[in-house]
Design a protein around this ligand. Sequence first.
Ligand code: COA
Length: 156
Amino acid sequence: MGEISLGIMTKELCHELFRNWENDPDIYADMSLFKVYQYDEDAVNRYFDTKQDSSRVLLAIMKDGAPVGEIQLKQIDFERKECTLSIHMQNDTFKGRGYGTCAERLAVQYAFETLDIEAVNADVIAKNTRSQHVLEKVGFRFLKEENGFRYYRCER
Ligand SMILES: CC(C)(COP(=O)(O)OP(=O)(O)OC[C@H]1O[C@@H](n2cnc3c(N)ncnc32)[C@H](O)[C@@H]1OP(=O)(O)O)[C@@H](O)C(=O)NCCC(=O)NCCS
C-alpha cells in the first residue's frame, strides 16, 4: 500500500480526477437525488474555485502519478484545533483495495503534523457501513447517531 500518497489538489489534477468520476450511491441518504456523474469542464472549474478557502485543504489521493480520489480537511478551526474529514474515491476501480484506508491515515497524519490539529471529525450517513468500518479501522471513535448520521472523531 506504499503506492498511495496525498498531494495538494491543483486545478489540473481536479480535471483529471473528475474526467473519470462516478458518484457513489452510498453517500446519498435520499436516492432520488442520485445522478450519474457527467464531466463538465466549467462545473469542475467552479467546484475547484469554491473549495479554495482558508478553512479547507483539498487533497488529491495519488497512485502511480494519477489522482484516484479526493480527500478534504474542511471546517478547519485553528483555535479549537479541529477539522472535519471527507473522502471520495474516483470510481469503483479504486475502492476495496485498501487505498481509502491508507489515504485516511495519511490525511489524519497531515492534520496532526502539518496543520497542528488535535482532533479530526467525520460524519457518515447510517447506511454507509463501509465508510464507518474504514473510519474505525483508522482509529476514529464512534460518538453518536443523530438524524440518520453517525458521528466519529479521531484525537491525537
Ligand atoms: C469509503 C471509501 C473512501 C473507503 O475506501 P476504500 O478504498 O474503498 O476502502 P478500503 O479498501 O481501504 O477498506 C474497505 C473496508 O471496508 C470493508 N467493507 C467493504 N464493504 C463493506 C460494507 N458494506 N460494510 C462494512 N464494511 C465493508 C472491507 O472489508 C474493508 O475492510 P477490511 O480491510 O477490514 O477488510 C470508498 O469506498 C469510497 O470512496 N466510497 C464512496 C464515497 C464515500 O462513501 N465516502 C465517505 C463518505 S462519509
